[in-house]
Design a binder for this molecule. Structure first.
Ligand SMILES: [Zn+2]
Length: 167
């Protein structure tokens, strides 16, 4: 039994939203999630000390398979990603985490595409490959564009996955 008070509903929601209601470990991202206090024994629950993890990763953390320092970096990465990139951009990044062989992604191309990908393109993590022929994925004449992960993008993904600083 812990002496700590229950996590308030508000705080709980904040922590879940921060991780997109998925496990915060980039190579996992499973549901459902639990909330944990990964570092320091604190009397009070604070946002900075809470991270959303699935039961499997929670167990891995308790066993010491994921150390405290890594957990701290995963927590920090969530904040960097959320403040810098939109949901669509985060999903594109997640694609490269999930498929470590992938260097490119083929995305529907329209008026909004460059807006949706604006900060990944601007930060030089992703680059459009206008000369690469898109795969015809739709019979309805929808246009697709290839985007390639740059070297900077590859570094970003590998640092995020291995709990290094992505600032
Ligand atoms: Zn997990």
């Amino acid at each position: 039994m812990s002496d700590r008070p229950d996590i308030s509903a508000h705080l709980r929601r904040q922590v879940l939203v921060e991780a997109g209601h998925r496990c915060a470990i980039p190579s996992c991202r499973q549901t459902p999630v639990e909330l944990i206090i990964p570092w320091a024994k604190c009397q009070k629950h604070e946002f900075e000390n809470l991270i959303a993890l699935c039961p499997t990763c929670h167990t891995r953390f308790d066993r010491g398979d994921i150390d405290k320092k890594s957990m701290e970096m995963y927590k920090q990465s969530l904040s960097v990603l959320n403040s810098r990139y939109g949901e669509y951009e985060q999903r594109v990044l997640q694609h490269f985490v999930d498929d470590s062989e992938a260097e490119c992604i083929n995305l529907p191309f329209g008026q909004n595409t460059e807006i949706l990908l604006m900060y990944l393109l601007r930060d030089g993590l992703l680059i459009a490959l206008p000369d690469k022929r898109p795969i015809q994925m739709s019979s309805r004449g929808r246009e697709y564009m290839w985007y390639e992960l740059t070297n900077k993008g590859k570094l970003f993904i590998s640092q995020w996955k291995s709990a290094e600083n992505i600032e």
